[in-house]
Design a protein around this ligand. Structure first.
Ligand code: NDP
Length: 337
């Protein structure tokens, strides 16, 4: 059983050498105690996993265990089940190991996937998985959007951002996205329906860039990056604007992040800035699945993935999230069936 092992706690930006590929002698026999033996088909690379690479126990999720297999969201096929709720052949999504086969003992949060010829299985890690749900819950529940409002999304071509922008367009908003390459900017403008997009790496002055795209100010900032972009957005919010603090990927690997300078805007512009975790809104998951699947099937939204083939490619794909190598949702295909 090929596995990706987490070597030990890290400082700074993750490197490929922080992980290693190993062969384990996991027994592929019958699992017991309500467990499942699954074959992992698709694995998800997500930025929050960086947080699990530090020796910090105060977060909403515990750190990875050094020298053990990495863990993340996956789409898997049940091979053997000792659990009455699952049977061999079922397709599931939920936490699994970064390995070819896993024994899953925590089955209460697994979701059974109804196969659908019109929706790729791997979408259960992106559009219909945790990142898509983050976009849905964050936009509708945290941003309090109204039609006609001006919306700014950072890391806009990524797993979360691309859906936020499209939901905002469907809601009748004007939407601008920022991303880190020309290719991503083209994708936002030409394929994802954003009204405007810009490459923040080419802007010397982020405040000036936002003033160019939002001469009358921003109603909603969906923040995926934190840092300098958040500071610039604070200067450009409208009165009673809302900032959904979804992620701070620009600060995630910095041990001593620099402070945000423009927080006083919160007061005189009466801005509501709110952090959130998608997991607080799980009661909305069925509604999300129904609505977003329908939008996709009706051609009202599209979704871009960056698919790497083979478990061997997983460490590089994960590391690539922190340099912006991924174009769209980063997924690893371990096996097609
Ligand atoms: P993406 O698919 O967007 O991939 C990460 C992207 O972040 C990269 O492609 C890159 O895009 C950008 N990035 C990387 N490093 C930096 C940097 N130093 N400064 C600015 N941008 C950077 O990831 P997701 O869509 O999965 O996640 C987006 C954010 O949402 C993350 O911060 C994540 O932690 C957060 N999140 C929060 C959840 C919640 O419940 N609150 C749940 C899920 C995700 P580019 O080329 O455009 O720079």
């Amino acid at each position: 059983n090929k596995q990706v092992i987490f070597k030990g706690y890290i400082d700074g930006v993750p490197k490929i050498s922080d992980m290693e590929l190993k062969l384990s002698n996991i027994k592929l026999n019958n699992p017991s105690q309500q467990a499942l033996l699954v074959k992992n088909l698709y694995l998800s690379c997500d930025p929050y996993m960086r947080g699990r690479m530090r020796d910090f126990h105060g977060s909403y999720i515990p750190p990875f265990v050094p020298s053990k297999v990495l863990e993340g969201f996956g789409v898997s096929k049940v091979i053997v089940s000792d659990n009455p709720n699952f049977k061999a052949g079922d397709l599931i999504s939920g936490f699994t190991g970064w390995e070819e086969y896993s024994i899953i003992t925590k089955t209460d949060q697994l979701r059974k996937i109804e196969p659908d010829d019109h929706i790729p299985l791997s979408f259960h890690l992106g559009l219909l998985g945790m990142p898509g749900f983050t976009a849905y819950a964050g936009f509708y529940e945290v941003c309090s959007p109204s039609s006609g409002e001006y919306v700014f999304v950072s890391a806009a071509s990524g797993a979360v951002g691309q859906l936020v922008g499209q939901l905002a367009k469907l809601h009748g908003c004007y939407v601008v996205g920022s991303a880190g390459s020309k290719e991503k900017v083209e994708l936002l403008k030409n394929k994802l329906g954003f009204d405007e997009a810009f490459n923040y790496k080419e802007e010397l002055d982020l405040d000036a860039a936002l003033k160019r795209y939002f001469p009358q100010g921003i109603d909603i900032y969906f923040d995926n990056v934190g840092g300098d972009m958040l500071d610039a957005a604070l200067l450009n919010m409208k009165i009673h604007g809302r900032i959904a603090v979804c992620g701070m990927i620009s600060q995630q690997s910095i041990s001593d992040p620099k402070g945000i300078r423009n927080l006083s805007s919160l007061i005189y512009k009466r801005i509501r800035m709110q952090g959130f975790l998608q997991s607080d809104y799980l009661h909305l998951y069925p509604k999300f699945l129904e609505e977003v699947s329908a939008y996709y099937k009706q051609g009202k939204i599209v979704y871009f993935e960056d698919m790497n083939e083979g478990l061997e490619s997983a460490p590089a794909a994960f590391v690539g999230l922190f340099t912006g190598k991924n174009v769209g949702k980063q997924v690893i295909c371990v096996s097609h069936e």
